[in-house]
Design a binder for this molecule. Structure first.
Ligand code: GLA
Length: 390
């Protein structure tokens, strides 16, 4: 049974009626521009054909009643109890419920009404895989409440609400990329988002290539703590560089040449973090015309460089990601491979000539298994539409 049907069936079994609505919100894979969204850079994600489905109705009381089908857990909370991160009977909210509860909290902070719902949700985005399973949950709930309360928010405004939940309620100081991609995804398109102006557009996804995600099956560890540390290192770099560049607000405004001149003034770790950001932002600017002209061999090289930088400068890779990337880069037809998302585990993105795609998948699966003893999940991605009623 597909996931959509399974959440409907579960809803009926639990609540005795069909749900009034079903929403679907996709995950994303980022092609290039990693750890630059919170540095005002450009990102190039696509929304993928893996998603969270939420079946729901008004609850008819003050109380939200949610069932996380994949976790076999349920939770009840009210608009009042979420303020103190408690369930309606005064227990601490389970960690999975922070995402929907955070959305409810963020909406009420913005003065938006959040009528209580009963709902069942499930996802085929592996958790902790760097494919934005949590942003997709947030975007599903934002759309669910918007539909009931007629908020009238644009997809970008909905993304910003999800980011507020993630930053201020869940406690991860993430940028806007994941919620943006889940809210604004378009079929067959690469999204190009300027994280400073929030202007965005699309590039048709070049054909004759396969966009392949390979999951190391090592789910993200220590992510929020390490992620927040990376962000703090970037803040520190701006602070130190502003002694030489008065008024500097963001690493986006430091050209690579200028950075090279000032790099020696920074402590080693801060220099490495900032160098990654400055050069990765440069790579995304270089990448856009390559994608527009369909020069995927050149684009693939930028992916390979991006991985080295994430591994050696930003230090967010793990051995399994490095193995997966190295193996992939040696398989015929592979134009580029790198870790995608925050890092610390999760998936790689690989761009492969279409005629080699199926051999690539089997060779990579086998060689990764031989190298690590782990059976990976490897699949082709198709760019999908953003969160919608389904
Ligand atoms: C996570 C965050 C994003 C982004 C990426 C790294 O997915 O949620 O905002 O910073 O890491 O590019």
């Amino acid at each position: 049974m597909n996931i959509r049907d399974s959440v409907i069936q579960h809803f009926k079994a639990e609540f005795g009626k069909n749900p009034e609505y079903i929403v679907k919100a996709p995950g994303r894979v980022n092609l290039l521009g990693e750890h630059v969204d919170y540095n005002d850079g450009l990102v190039l994600p696509i929304a993928i054909d893996r998603a969270t489905w939420l079946a729901y109705s008004l609850s008819g009381s003050q109380e939200n009643h949610l069932i996380a089908k994949d976790l076999k857990q349920s939770c009840k909370f009210t608009g009042r109890s979420v303020k103190t991160k408690l369930t309606s009977d005064g227990k601490p909210l389970p960690s999975w419920a922070f995402y929907p509860a955070g959305v409810c909290w963020a909406a009420e902070e913005r003065g938006l009404e959040c009528p209580a719902i009963k709902g069942v949700y499930s996802s085929n985005i592996p958790r902790g895989s760097g494919l934005s399973s949590s942003a997709s949950v947030e975007m599903a709930f934002v759309l669910a409440w918007q539909t009931l309360a007629n908020w009238g928010l644009s997809p970008m405004e909905r993304a910003l609400l999800g980011q507020k939940a993630e930053n201020q309620y869940v406690g991860v100081q993430s940028g806007i990329m994941d919620q943006f991609a889940s809210a604004c995804g378009e079929e067959n398109a690469i999204l190009v988002l300027d994280c400073r102006s929030l202007d965005w557009r699309t590039i048709p996804i070049p054909s004759n290539y396969a966009y392949i995600v390979a999951d190391t099956m090592k789910s993200r560890r220590l992510s929020s703590g390490e992620y927040n540390k990376r962000r703090a290192d970037c803040e520190e770099a701006i602070h130190l560089l502003s002694a030489h560049l008065p008024g500097l607000r963001s690493l986006r405004d430091v050209a690579p040449d200028t950075f090279n001149k000032l790099a020696g003034t920074l402590p080693e770790r801060i220099e490495k973090r900032a160098r990654h950001v400055v050069e990765e932002i440069e790579r995304t600017f270089e990448a856009i015309p390559l994608l527009e002209s369909g020069d995927l061999p050149a684009f693939g090289k930028l992916l390979n460089q991006g991985h080295v930088s994430l591994r050696d400068l930003y230090e967010v890779s793990i051995p399994e990601l490095d193995i997966m990337v190295r193996l992939a880069q040696n398989i015929p037809g592979c134009l580029g491979a790198r870790l995608t998302g925050a890092g610390f585990g999760g998936c790689t993105i690989n761009i492969v000539e279409e005629k080699h795609a199926s051999d690539f998948v089997s060779i990579l699966a086998e060689s990764y298994h031989t190298a690590t003893g782990i059976t990976p999940e490897i699949y082709l991605c198709h760019a999908a539409t953003g969160a919608s009623l389904d």
